[in-house]
Design a protein around this ligand. Sequence first.
Ligand SMILES: Cc1ncc(COP(=O)(O)O)c(C=O)c1O
Length: 274
Amino acid sequence: MEAGGIICFNGEYLPAGEAAVPAADLGVLYGMGIFETVRVSRGRPGMMDRHLSRLFASAGELGLEVHFSREEIDRMARRTAAENRLEEGGLRITLTAGGEISRPCLFVTARKSPYRREQYRYGIRAGFSSVRRNKDSPLVRHKTLNYFENILARREARAAGWDEALFLNNSGGLAEGSVSNIFLVVRGKVITPHPESGLLPGITRGRVIEACAALQIPVEERTVSPGELFRAGECFVTNSLMGVMPVTSIGGAPVGNGRPGEITRLIAGSLQLL
Ligand SMILES: Cc1ncc(COP(=O)(O)O)c(C=O)c1O
């Protein structure tokens, strides 16, 4: 579901249909911009410190101007959740590059979560995309407005009856999902592709790695071959909105015993407590 309701657009609160990015904005013309997806739970945006740090770090590295302070954006996020009476769901903070004749646009939109309870309970189906991640791309580590490849991969997955598409990189290694990071569990060890495999180092990915340290579960960040998925006992994907989601089949083949695994459950449970 895309954004509706009230949008915070450059600090003003407007009905969704009234907020417009100028046609001359380089975000519109060339996809120059970045965004964050923030989980709202009990009406409050979560992990805002981490989201704002990534937004500002990416803007700095990609030469985008952020024309509001961290505190201002934090306030906008909280007020957008409140204006939309959003108790459980997500916010998207979008920053465009602006252009010669227009300033950058920063806007916050709200939406309900697309994930369903039974997906957490029974797991989702994933499959490999024919689209490859370029691990050498300067954009792959950022959450940029260029999501067309991800959408193509997602469409392809949906047509095959899968919920999530998995990207391999240009060297044939496993990278990430179209909207998620991926983890395998093999003999009590948690394995996830290294950031150099060509992926967005997700905020939830970071929290999972921290949770594993607290739970004394060993974690390996390394090159992962797609074949390892078929030998894994458990698999899960993560993002800020879905949290930890079990993956119980890949390309039609069951992962482990085809049910969400114990370690996945343990990590998901401990994340909720953090
Ligand atoms: C391509 C991709 N990788 C990874 C993630 C996970 O990032 P995060 O945990 O920061 O939401 C996302 C989130 O939407 C994503 O789109």
